[in-house]
Design a protein around this ligand. Structure first.
Ligand SMILES: [Zn+2]
Length: 450
């Protein structure tokens, strides 16, 4: 039985963890409806095998969160590690069944392999291994496996924060999205998430005279709305440089090959958007999203009858705000771009998250550990254009990071796997990530890992 960290048989742990991930992928937790209770029960069984005492907190029928903790011997701010157990629906034509947990060509295939049952299993194994060496644990470590992230976390992390804050209160927290390898210009980068954009659902409305379709009119709500929508998709909102993005772009440029260094420095200047047009769109999109507040039209509604001109037309906008920007800033920018012919109404809002100073001991530990296991890698801070459970945990004042380490082959782009058809994870890259993750958690908890 393992009593010290250096005794861990990583090949054995890696094999068991892959089997666990296969089994977790076979539990269909598509949200909606979620049904995360089955996943929580599976994790609880595996935790109990290592003398841990997980608590399953039922939110409603078949929907549950799991919390488990290991008490440290010193009065240090606890570390929370958290993963969501729900997944988005698996649509489209898959090579292997999305809930089959099939291993083929060195990959484990399935919905949730990347987002984010992989990290849930890393958290499970970090707890199992810590429990085996718990006598030397100095810092308390808590693991929360939460429901409902893919539908806004109301029955998951936000529910925990509202109903059981004392079970999860911590100084720092690790969850998705970060720590994966990103290949650019022959270099391998490891972005660690230290900031994420805010999210707002905004309704854009145009009004006009109602009338008979046989007699067209220029004052047409649909025409007004279409004009505004067209402006929104053709133009960027103003550019803003945040401290995270500045650090990300600077470190990216510094580590580029000589010839392209200069060109990549342009991303920190007003010429950024022109430069981005020269990059492949798959690389340009996330970079562009982190330089602007954004508004994507996602739902259009107007009219109920083919011969009646409606008096109003609406577009739902999925808006994302940069750290430092408020919803009022965003609405002002939207009006400046599309004019005053439409009105905006905020339906829902979650503010952005950013650490003023991300250079903490934990951040440094993540960088050092990544470099220990991949000396040629380049860790750097990043902002996520989307959102994670960090939105909920930051309400309790935790420092939130996205760190689910994963080594990806050159020809597989992380962003193409997220929510995509044929979501899959390289088995060796996952086992590599598990070791990096467990080492970070154990070291931060005061255990000698080297
Ligand atoms: Zn996710």
């Amino acid at each position: 039985m393992t009593k010290v960290w250096s005794d861990i048989d990583w090949s054995q742990v890696g094999q068991e963890a892959v089997r666990d991930l296969q089994q977790l992928l076979q539990i269909d937790t598509t949200n909606p409806p979620g049904r995360e209770l089955a996943a929580a029960e599976f994790l609880a069984d595996r935790l109990r095998e290592d003398e841990l005492e997980p608590e399953i907190l039922l939110v409603e029928k078949e929907r549950a969160n799991l919390v488990v903790r290991l008490e440290g011997s010193e009065n240090l701010a606890p570390l929370l590690i958290s993963g969501h157990t729900d997944v988005v629906p698996a649509m489209g034509d898959w090579t292997y069944p999305p809930f089959g947990g099939v291993i083929s060509d060195g990959f484990l295939w399935g919905r949730g392999a990347i987002d984010m049952k992989n990290m849930v299993i890393m958290c499970l194994w970090a707890m199992k291994l810590l429990s085996r060496v718990k006598k030397s644990l100095r810092r308390t470590v808590i693991f929360a496996a939460v429901a409902d992230e893919e539908a806004g976390s109301r029955k998951g992390s936000h529910w925990l924060v509202d109903n059981h804050p004392d079970k999860i209160r911590a100084g720092s927290m690790l969850t998705e999205v970060g720590g994966f390898s990103l290949h650019m210009m022959g270099r391998r980068f490891y972005p660690i998430q230290v900031a994420e954009k805010g999210q707002a659902t905004v309704e854009m409305k145009a009004t006009g005279d109602a009338g008979h379709g046989s007699m067209p009119m220029t004052d047409n709500a649909i025409g007004r709305l279409a004009h505004a929508v067209s402006k929104l998709v053709r133009h960027n909102l103003p550019r803003h440089m945040t401290s995270t993005q500045e650090a990300f772009l600077r470190q990216l440029a510094e580590n580029m090959p000589l010839g392209v260094k200069q060109v990549f420095s342009l991303l920190r200047t007003p010429l950024a958007d022109q430069f981005l047009r020269l990059l492949p769109e798959s690389q340009a999109r996330p970079l562009r999203a982190c330089l602007h507040n954004t508004a994507s039209p996602t739902i259009l509604k107007a009219g109920v009858k083919d011969n009646s001109i409606p008096s109003e037309a609406t577009a739902t906008l999925d808006c994302r705000t940069l750290p430092g920007q408020t919803i009022q800033d965003l609405l002002r920018e939207l009006h400046d771009l599309v004019g005053r012919d439409v009105t905006f109404h905020v339906l829902h809002e979650q503010p952005p998250i950013s650490m003023e100073n991300h250079h903490t001991d934990l951040y440094q530990l993540m960088c050092d550990t990544l470099l220990r296991y991949d000396p040629e890698g380049v860790p750097l801070p990043q902002m996520l254009p989307g959102f994670t459970d960090a939105k909920a945990y930051s309400r309790l004042g935790m420092k939130c990071y996205g760190f689910a380490p994963l080594k990806l082959p050159k020809d597989v782009a992380f962003t193409s796997l997220f929510h995509g058809v044929d979501e899959r994870i390289p088995v060796d890259g996952f086992q590599w990530g598990l070791r990096v993750f467990a080492d970070v958690v154990a070291s931060y908890a005061g255990i000698h890992t080297k």
